[in-house]
Design a protein around this ligand. Structure first.
Ligand code: SF4
Length: 419
């Protein structure tokens, strides 16, 4: 089913962003079809190339797919129809996953039309996406509907549904400002992750969750302490992990090139850790920003409402698409996945500030927020580095001492115009 995200619209506006920025893997059958269509002779370049053990659509030097024409249209689509395109291209900006009784779609916010919520209601796309999803040779995994709540404590489908429903209800409420709701959600996550849940199961678990959410409106006026220097440094490293995005040419380098890339990676990670001088280049961002300039950018400008709407749709999309924990997020336990989600929002807050600072502004705009959420969403669930044990350890560390809530508050995308 489609993610039931209130207010989310989408249609493809043929901006070509996906065809320029993503590396699309193709199957052997898709490769054979491209051969049958005789593209090698028509394009003048190889239509696909090897990448590791698989194959991907080839790119021009500027990153554009070799099938992208001057009007941002796909040559395969134009000549043979939508169904002739590789699956990865057909379903973007949706991701689909098999679940018992059908399929579950999630949305990708690195598509500008998703981020700006432009187009038709998602229900209009249900039919064709369902047709594609049902043709996929995948079946639901054993754990499609459950996950560990925390290490060693398996959540039931009912407990997890209740938890997700309560987070959505809280985020969609209006008792307190949206930025405070995100901080509150981070606080509930931290509290639940530190609770001894072995004997608090079923109805008692639901009662505990209700209790925590019911107490939130009273707790919200109390803002968390500012994050410590170490917490901020860890967030910047998370920003670095999210913003690394390799082009096809960078992925194709040999052993020497890979070593050079690793060296640059370590140097970049160090600069993010120390926050000294200029922020290293971030793919997709033009202009340079210094670390102090990033910290000085404020939220709460004229675009605050639109940014709030974008952030709400993004969070709803992640929850409704269940791309937050378990099979939907590197097989992580529920609370670790939730903490990673709130931290990704803080990472987006930092990146949006970087975008503003690089353009010489000191207040966030909707474009800054859309860029940042697109970067974060492109990486979440897809960047192998974000699913590692090292990353999980970082997230668990930040759950202590209110680290997640402090960072969410400090790097909020919306809220009062305060730094
Ligand atoms: S990024 Fe979105 S709007 Fe742009 S071409 Fe791709 S699917 Fe269409």
């Amino acid at each position: 089913m489609m993610p039931p995200v209130p207010g989310q619209l989408w249609s493809c506006h043929t901006c070509g962003h996906c065809c320029r920025t993503l590396v699309e893997h193709i199957t052997d059958e898709e490769r054979a079809l491209i051969d049958e269509q005789g593209w090698a002779g028509k394009l003048g370049v190889a239509p696909y190339v090897r990448l590791g053990r698989g194959w991907v659509l080839n790119k021009h030097e500027d990153g554009a797919c070799v099938f992208l024409d001057d009007e941002n249209l796909c040559l395969i689509h134009a000549k043979y129809g939508e169904r002739a395109k590789p699956l990865a291209c057909r379903i973007f900006p949706f991701s689909v996953r098999a679940v018992p009784g059908g399929w579950q779609a999630s949305l990708r916010f690195d598509c500008p039309s998703v981020a700006s919520g432009k187009g038709e209601p998602l229900s209009e796309h249900s039919r064709w996406l369902g047709r594609v999803a049902n043709s996929l040779p995948h079946s639901p995994g054993e754990n499609a509907e459950t996950a560990d709540l925390c290490r060693g404590v398996r959540g039931t489908a009912e407990e997890i549904d209740t938890l997700v429903g309560r987070f959505l209800m809280w985020l969609g409420g209006d008792e307190v400002p949206f930025s405070a709701r995100v901080v509150g959600a981070a606080r509930v996550t931290q509290t639940l992750s530190s609770a001894k849940l072995d004997s608090v199961r079923g109805e008692r678990f639901v009662e505990l969750v209700d209790l925590l959410f019911d107490a939130l409106p009273g707790e919200c006026p109390e803002a968390p302490e500012p994050p410590t220097r170490k917490q901020q440094a860890m967030l910047r490293q998370l920003v670095f992990a999210h913003s690394e995005h390799l082009t096809l040419a960078e992925m194709q380098v040999g052993a020497v090139g890979k070593f050079g890339h690793r060296v640059r990676q370590v140097q970049g990670a160090r600069r993010f850790l120390r926050a000294f001088g200029d922020v290293p280049p971030i793919p997709g961002l033009t202009g340079a920003a210094t670390f102090p300039a990033v910290e000085a950018v404020r939220c709460g400008g004229d675009d605050a409402r639109a940014i709030e709407d974008l952030q709400r749709r993004y969070l709803y999309g992640r929850f409704c698409g269940r791309s937050v924990f378990g099979e939907g997020y590197y097989d992580w336990p529920v609370f670790a996945g939730l903490a990673a989600l709130w931290l990704s929002v803080s990472a987006a807050g930092w990146l949006a500030r970087c975008s503003a600072a690089a353009a010489g502004r000191d207040v966030l705009t909707l474009d800054d927020a859309a860029f940042a959420i697109g970067v974060v969403d492109r990486a979440a669930t897809r960047a192998p580095a974000l699913g590692t044990m090292a990353e999980r350890t970082r997230v668990l560390y930040l759950m202590q001492d209110e680290g997640v809530a402090r960072l969410v508050h400090r790097y909020a995308l919306t809220g009062e115009a305060a730094s």
